[in-house]
Design a protein around this ligand. Sequence first.
Ligand code: HAM
Length: 415
Amino acid sequence: MKITNIKGMEDLLPERMLRWKEGLEKIENLALSYGYLPIKTPILQRIELFKRVLGEASDIVNKEMYSLTDKGGRELVLKPEETASVARMFNEHNLSFRGLPQRYYYFSSYYRQEKPQKGRLREFHQFGIESIGSSSPFMDVEVITLYYEIIKLFDIDVKIRINSLGCKKCRPLYRKELEIYLRDRKDDLCDDCKRRLETNPLRVLDCKNEKCIRVTADAPKSEDFLCDDCRKHHEAVLESLDELNIPYVKDPKLVRGLDYYNRTIFEGESSKLGAQSAVGGGGRYDYLMEQLEWKPMPAVGFAIGMERLMMASGKEETSLPPIDLFIAAIGKDSIIKGMDLARELRKKGFSVFMDLSDRSLKSQMKQANKKDARFVIIIGDTEISENKVIIKDMANGSQKDIDMDVETISKEMSV
Ligand code: HAM
């Protein structure tokens, strides 16, 4: 039996990788210009890290983590997300001593054993940022602004939805009120939400089942239960976004699928994506460090799914780049001479391709065409003995003999 790829995990071919590279470069430059610095944490992390912060009742912890036990008996998981690992890294390296806030960005693959469908993979990639150490609403605004600017780089029509989940003080009041409301209507909920009602009633709010959407249409809104501090924070975020002309909509039903959030949460939604429409999301997670038994530290961030971003941009692939020069060499001495010239020409910034299998000139010319080469240089025994090469301009078909010398060749290709 032939071995095939794992369901929900994709091979990324050059056309896609080059598109990602071009996109990532733009995103990273933007993040750097905001003062966010690159970091990377290991793909494998201790299972406890996610169990503690994502919530035992969350879908990820409940059923989606890829876990394994290593030879030392440690229970590990392939990272399902980055925020928890960044919090661990921040504390383990005492990064608060570098001054607060600390701003980081990352790009990596993540793993969730979800049911694969369009836009939902088991191995996917995220670009994300985390700003650690500021509780100011303006930090939420900076994070949402950067999210908005990244989305704009790709000309995507994304609706940013925002809500506030309150804090330790006011959220329990809201949760209670919501629970009472939902219990009265339990029979009208889908089976999943009947279960959610016991574990995390807030998640009923973002259920996509028609029945539940009807039930929650008039459900109590977290905004109406915010304490004074949370209300002021929320208002400051929304007012600042208005003043900075960052478009958003308030969505009282937005709750997010991870349990570590408090106060501001947001999600970007593209109408181009079908059921899996979230092109990134994030929010504040002021209690996460405490949950990991570190010193309390306010923080806020977001992550964008790379596959979905590319899909929403309408351009998932890019055409392969043409090469500057194809060196067609016939015979061992010519191949070595060609390799030597190629090495020097690449140092001058030209992209140079050779077929190293000593095939006929005809088949090498065919390859040069396939590679969309701008110039072809032909080297054979005669050229070696005369220290000349034939250079062919593929745009107009003209060809001539020139000296077999790096300066002469590069001059010829630069006109
Ligand atoms: P998340 O909402 O779970 O948040 O994921 C963020 C984004 O990753 C989603 O909006 C989506 O674009 C992409 N994504 C998630 N799961 C999949 C999947 N199975 N297949 C394809 N794409 C997917 C987080 O991960 C948080 N750590 C974000 C954050 C950072 N919050 C604060 N800081």
